[in-house]
Write a new protein. Structure first.
Length: 143
C-alpha cells in the first residue's frame, strides 16, 4: 500500500520511504550503496531529504520502464552537471526511451511468433491424437 507523503515534510526516515513506495528498507540501502541516494546521517540513522525522495521515485520509475541502474545513474550525473540547462540530460533520456521502445517492439514481434508456433504445435498434437484421446483431454481441460 502506497502512503501519501505530507507535502510540507522536508525529511523522511528509511521506513517512511519504504512504506510510501512499497519497497523494503534493504532496497533503499542498496540504492544508497550503488551511489544513487545520499542521505544525511544522524549517527546511524539515515535522514532522506526531498532530493533523495525524488531520486528514489525516479529510480523506481526507471526500473518500471526497464532502465538499468547504470542508465539511471548516468541520467542523475547529467542532471547534477547541468547547471540549470537540462538539454543534454533530456537528449540522452529521449534516446534511451526510443531504444527501449524499439526493444519492446521487437519483443512484441518475437512473442507473436512464439504464440503462433505454440498454436501450430497444439494443432498438430490435436490432429495426431485419437478421437478417444481428444475427448478425454477436453474433459480434463474443461475441469
Amino acid at each position: 500500500m502506497t502512503v501519501m507523503p505530507d507535502q510540507r515534510q522536508q525529511t523522511w526516515t528509511i521506513n517512511e520511504l519504504s512504506r510510501e513506495f512499497d519497497i523494503t528498507p534493504r532496497s533503499i540501502r542498496f540504492y544508497e550503496a550503488e551511489g544513487l541516494l545520499a542521505p544525511a546521517r544522524d549517527g546511524q540513522k539515515r535522514i532522506y531529504a526531498r532530493k533523495d525522495r525524488v531520486r528514489l521515485k525516479l529510480i523506481l520509475r526507471g526500473k518500471r520502464l526497464g532502465f538499468s541502474l547504470a542508465e539511471t545513474r548516468e541520467l542523475f550525473e547529467l542532471y547534477d552537471e547541468s547547471n540549470g540547462n537540462n538539454d543534454r540530460q533530456l537528449s540522452v533520456m529521449i534516446r534511451k526511451v526510443r531504444e527501449r521502445q524499439a526493444a519492446l517492439q521487437q519483443q512484441l514481434v518475437d512473442l507473436r511468433i512464439v504464440q503462433e508456433e505454440l498454436r501450430n504445435a497444439e494443432e498438430r498434437c490435436w490432429n495426431s491424437m485419437s478421437d478417444t484421446g481428444q475427448q478425454r483431454l477436453r474433459q480434463e481441460l474443461d475441469n
